[in-house]
Every structure is written in structure tokens, then in C-alpha cells.
Design a protein around this ligand. Structure first.
Ligand SMILES: Nc1ncnc2c1ncn2[C@@H]1O[C@H](COP(=O)(O)OP(=O)(O)OP(=O)(O)O)[C@@H](O)[C@H]1O
Length: 328
């Protein structure tokens, strides 16, 4: 049985807008507009989309903070909105933009409160705490009040707090936002290990596509409340009509290579030329054709960067994408 199941999930907000002195207009916002997917135990899934796409609304329904307007939702067999407290024992949540820690208390005290709140057995609590302290390098920070921690330190503190009760599912909303490169790497390393060792299921919302590339084998793209892609990263490149780049170093500067079928000349920097070709095509025939007709010194193939792929996806008619099972 999947750990997370969504079937035609919907959330509509009614917003009232002042349109004149006395007139108000009621408008419905379909924040989540019929989303269906399942996530199996142990998966690490990226949940991405532009601002206002409906990501946070989905996560809030998954944790029971918001009640769906329609559709069906189960997490570990539990209906989140009806049994929020019972569900809370099974899931952990980290919001990058705000903390669940007590601002004026040292980390250690926040953890003690979590210990009591969740009624975590003492030995399990001690073991989990020791593990998080070691892997997230929190040893020197335990006695520092949360408000004195840097953003990266606080984020590590927050992640530990979310894991003290051994949740089966971890929702992470922008876990690396505002962090420096070293802190990002540390957080990502920790999450990878958590997933590999404990089999914790992770649903990750982020604007940092490197998070996705380094952590998730599956990615779901949401736009205007609808799932427009659900599949692997490689397939995302194709769905986004991505192109790969053949970078050829010639023996000397030559006119643009425009006579190789399937390749599109992009630019030249001296003897180096960049030729684009469809991400789904094989590079081998192009390489052979270039090598036969030109004095080739070296070459490499560059994958399209995921950001340009996604930008194309958002920019294009997202509903027309045929990326995977989630496509409308
Ligand atoms: N409480 C609310 N009342 C009215 N409208 C809301 C409410 N919460 C969200 N919305 C609207 O629902 C839509 C989806 O918002 P949501 O916060 O889920 O997007 P998001 O994908 O998380 O965006 P971001 O990346 O900016 O966090 C937006 O149009 C937003 O304005």
C-alpha cells in the first residue's frame, strides 16, 4: 500500500476583493485543482512549481492543517484533516521560512519539549538526538538560544527537531533556502543518509533545482494547481523539450558548422563551437558526422540544465505536456 495517496485532491479558497466603496467581489481560487498521485515508502520525491502553483497548499492538506474541498487523501492510512494529532506522530515537517523551535530557548530545551509533547520513549529519544547531533554537527549549538543561531544552524536544528520522533514521512518546504553552499551540502548529505539508512520517505518542495538533482529520483511538477509532470529527472528534460549541447573543439577557427543533420549551430568561441541537439536523440551519429568532416581535437556533451527545462515548461502550455502518469 502506498504511504501517501491523493485522488482528485482539491482546495478552493474564496477571496473577497474590494472593488468599490461598498462593493465586494467574491472570487474563487482553485489552489489545488484535482491532483492525484501516490508515493511509496522510502521514496524521495521533489514537488516543484512556480510561485502560487499550489505546493504549500498541498503540503498543508497532507499535514492536516487545511481540509480539502474535494477528493481523497490518505497518509499512512490516516485522513490528515480528521486525525491530525494521530498523524503528527508519523510525520515530520520542516518549513525553511519559519521555525518550529522556541525562539528564546536553547536548542536542547526545544528538543526536551518535543520529547514530552510527542511522548517519545526515553531511549529512542536519546538515540535519535545523539544521531542528529552527530550527523548535523549540532554539538556546540545545543546550549545556544535559537534566536542567536545562524540560518544554516537553525535549519539543522529544525531538521533534528522534526526527526526526534522517528517519522515515516518528512515534508521539507524549502529546506536550503538562504543557506550558503557548505550548509546546503551538509543538509543534502544528511537527507540522503536519512533516506538510505532509515528508509524515511521524503517530500521536498524547493525552488533550488540542485536540491532536486542531488536528492530526488522522482519529481512532480505542479502548475496552476494541477500536476503537469510526474516522473524521473531524465524524462523531465524530454518533456520540457530540452536540448543537449555538443561542444566541439576544432583544430582551428572555422565558419559555423551548419551542415550536420540533427544539430543546430548555437555559437562559436574561437575554435570551439556549440551545437544543440534534441535531448532525446543519440549524440553518436552527430559526433561521427562532425569527426568525418572537420579537424576535431576534442568534444564533450553537456546536459541541459534543469532550470532552463523547467522555465520552458512553465512558460509553455503546461497542460499539453505529456510527461508521465500525472499529466492531465
Ligand atoms: N489562505 C488562503 N486564502 C486565499 N488564497 C490562498 C490561501 N492560501 C493560498 N492561496 C492561493 O492559492 C494559490 C496557491 O498558493 P500556494 O501557497 O499553495 O502556492 P505555492 O506553490 O506554495 O507558492 P510559493 O512557491 O510562492 O510558496 C495562490 O494563488 C495563493 O494566492
Amino acid at each position: 500500500m502506498p504511504l501517501i495517496e491523493l485522488d482528485g485532491l482539491e482546495k478552493t479558497f474564496t477571496v473577497r476583493r474590494k472593488t468599490g466603496l461598498l462593493r465586494r467581489e467574491r472570487r474563487e481560487v482553485r489552489a489545488v485543482d484535482g491532483i492525484s498521485f501516490t508515493v511509496d515508502r522510502g521514496e524521495m520525491v521533489g514537488y516543484i512549481g512556480p510561485n502560487g502553483a499550489g505546493k504549500s497548499t498541498t503540503v498543508k492538506m497532507l499535514t492536516g492543517i487545511l481540509t480539502p474541498s474535494g477528493g481523497r487523501l490518505r497518509v499512512a492510512g490516516i485522513d490528515p484533516a480528521r486525525e491530525r494529532t494521530r498523524l503528527a506522530r508519523r510525520v515530520g515537517v520542516v518549513f525553511g521560512q519559519r521555525t518550529t523551535l522556541w525562539w528564546d530557548l536553547p536548542l536542547r530545551d526545544s528538543y526536551r519539549l518535543t520529547h514530552r509533547m510527542y511522548r517519545i520513549p526515553d531511549d529512542r529519544y536519546e538515540e535519535n538526538l545523539a544521531r542528529c547531533v552527530e550527523l548535523l554537527d549540532l554539538g556546540d549549538l545545543l546550549d545556544v538560544p535559537v534566536r542567536q543561531l545562524s540560518l544554516g544552524q537553525r535549519m539543522r536544528g529544525d531538521i533534528a527537531a522534526a526527526l526526534l520522533h522517528d517519522p515515516e514521512v518528512l515534508y521539507l518546504d524549502e529546506p536550503t533556502i538562504g543557506l550558503d553552499v557548505v550548509s546546503k551540502a551538509r543538509v543534502r548529505g544528511f537527507l540522503r543518509e536519512l533516506n538510505a539508512e532509515r528508509g524515511t520517505t521524503v517530500l521536498l518542495t524547493t525552488h533550488d533545482l540542485t536540491d532536486i538533482e542531488q536528492l530526488c529520483s522522482r519529481v512532480m511538477v505542479i502548475d496552476h494547481g494541477r500536476l503537469v509532470y510526474d516522473g524521473g529527472l531524465a524524462g523531465l528534460h524530454e518533456a520540457g523539450d530540452g536540448e543537449r549541447m555538443l561542444v566541439v573543439d576544432l583544430a582551428r577557427e572555422l565558419p559555423p558548422i551548419t551542415d550536420v543533420p540533427g544539430a543546430r549551430f548555437v555559437r562559436a568561441d574561437g575554435p570551439r563551437q556549440h551545437l544543440a541537439f534534441p535531448a532525446s536523440a543519440s549524440a553518436a551519429p552527430l559526433v561521427a558526422a562532425v569527426a568525418e568532416a572537420y579537424p576535431l581535437v576534442d568534444l564533450s556533451v553537456r546536459e541541459p540544465d534543469i532550470e532552463s527545462v523547467i522555465a520552458k515548461m512553465y512558460g509553455g502550455a503546461a497542460g499539453e505536456l505529456t510527461g508521465g502518469p500525472g499529466s492531465p
